[in-house]
Design a protein around this ligand. Sequence first.
Ligand code: SF4
Length: 335
Amino acid sequence: MGDPKGFLKTGREGAERRPVEERVHDWNEVYPDGVGRALLPIISPQAGRCMDCGIPFCHQGCPLGNLIPEWNDLVWRDDWAGAIERLHATNNFPEFTGRLCPAPCETSCVLGINQDPVTIKNVEVSIIDRAWESNLVRPQPPEWLSGRTVAVVGSGPAGLAAAQQLTRAGHTVVVLERADEVGGLMRYGIPEFKMEKKHLDRRLDQMRREGTVFRTGVEVGRDLSVESLRDRYDAVVLAMGSTVPRDLQTEGRELDGLHQAMDFLPQANRAALGHPVEDQVTAEGLDVVIIGGGDTGADCLGTSTRQGAASITQLEIMPEPRARAPRASRGRPTR
Ligand code: SF4
């Protein structure tokens, strides 16, 4: 525990975002110069708010089991090399989670019982952004090859993490992706204003230098049978996501003008990246209703705004849209 009184004397603080009037006119991330750099002036005292709890509920809240109090302490002590080593110990891609994760660790933070929780997600993204800038993230090619081959089906975060670990362990790994570019939902599902694709491309470059091979435009089950994969590779990792949406069971669902987010967002993201899109559905000039207030609803909200919707109404069964309620629970830590 770096600062025993940190949580008593320092309040929770986040980075300044770009003005709304400015950022709704472009697709860039909402922080000036990137969130990691925006956070640097404030992040050490924020990390110093961590109490290094005897039973750190943040560990249980984090699906990756991130070693949160350890890297909070290292950041407070200005040991950024140590912090990225501890962060990478459980997380291959903290630049993705530090931007995209809904941060259940913060909801679980013990400090949240009677104060605002530690800004864990901000500390995480600061560590990795600074590590990239300081050349602390380098390719780690294997020292020897096992002679074994592995096919990883799907290039979302799970597929990429599996591929990176297997490549570093010395196996010859091929990642198969049905879309025209690698990244799964991170490529075409997540808007630029949430995570610019340069972060994904930088990590893919590291993986290629380590020896991972990527094949795009290959749909397993259509272009390539599972049997042929099993014949050609020693092991197959299935890491596909699902693009099948949950449908709305209600009268009028068949009417025109109702679109699933997973049809709307990929088109919008492709267009924002300058790719040609046929028959694009756009919110420009329309009165838009978004059903759902989670992350995907928030992505649709930001995208519709930037496309020039005439009005936007977001419907959510919770009292407040979840995507706009980042304050953690003040009740018992949740898992
Ligand atoms: S629960 Fe919160 S205060 Fe406790 S160790 Fe984790 S981040 Fe620090």
